[in-house]
Design a protein around this ligand. Structure first.
Ligand SMILES: [Zn+2]
Length: 228
């Protein structure tokens, strides 16, 4: 589905992914394992060649974001990109479950790590805060995971926050407290405050819903309710 000129959302469950058009395509996250064909079909339907994907940017290492990166990289020859702190997790060198805050999230992370070992992939480009991938500015937002990133398209005024601002969960969190999947909720609040200070209209998280107007204001409201 086209969101605005040059920006597409491929609706997957539970985590959608985004395509940003330029000379090369940038794919933001890749969904749970099994969606490679669906992503490739979408690109062909746009009239582009899957080999036009220049970069696969992973906002963080959770399996619903990295699930198809290895296969897509193999098929398209694109480069996998992530924050330098996330790289060892994405490459399978770091024990992800150790970062679970609650016993059942640790258990789920452990199961995911064991079940999806075939999805681990080499990170070709390691990012830091302030770097750029195409027109997207990298913002390091530790909290959901240690090396989570958000991506800001300053020209189009769009923020891709990864799981740092999940729209659906955001509403639940107002009622039920912090994101159970996040590594450090205090750091996550610091990062949310950081995101609230940028300028963007559209807020495009990976989960079910998106924010189409006054995205930065949405984040400010969220910080106000969830972090004070
Ligand atoms: Zn996540």
């Amino acid at each position: 589905m086209k969101i605005v000129d040059g920006v597409h959302r491929i609706r997957l469950f539970p985590s959608s992914v985004y395509l940003v058009e330029g000379e090369k395509l940038i794919l933001i996250d890749t969904g749970v394992p099994g969606y490679t064909g669906r992503i490739l079909r979408y690109i062909r339907k746009m009239g582009r060649d899957p080999r036009d994907i220049g970069f696969i940017v992973l906002t963080h290492h959770h399996i619903d974001h990295i699930g198809n990166a290895r296969r897509l990289k193999h098929i398209t020859g694109s480069k996998v990109v992530a924050h330098e702190i996330e790289a060892p997790y994405i490459e399978g060198k770091q024990r992800v479950w150790k970062d679970g805050r609650i016993w059942w999230t640790r258990l789920l992370l452990w199961i995911g790590h064991m079940m999806f070992k075939k999805c681990f992939t080499k990170v070709d480009i390691k990012l830091r805060d302030g770097d750029k991938i195409g027109n997207l500015k990298v913002i390091h937002v530790p909290g959901h995971t240690k090396g989570s990133i958000a991506l800001l398209d300053e020209h189009r005024r769009i923020l891709f926050p990864g799981d740092t601002v999940p729209y659906t969960l955001a509403y639940m969190r107002l009622k039920k407290g912090p994101n159970p999947y996040s590594w450090d909720v205090n750091k996550e609040c610091e990062s949310l405050k950081k995101l609230a200070n940028f300028d963007y209209e559209l807020l495009l998280p990976n989960d079910l819903k998106i924010v189409t107007q006054r995205g930065a204001e949405f984040v400010r409201q969220f910080v106000h309710h969830a972090c004070n």
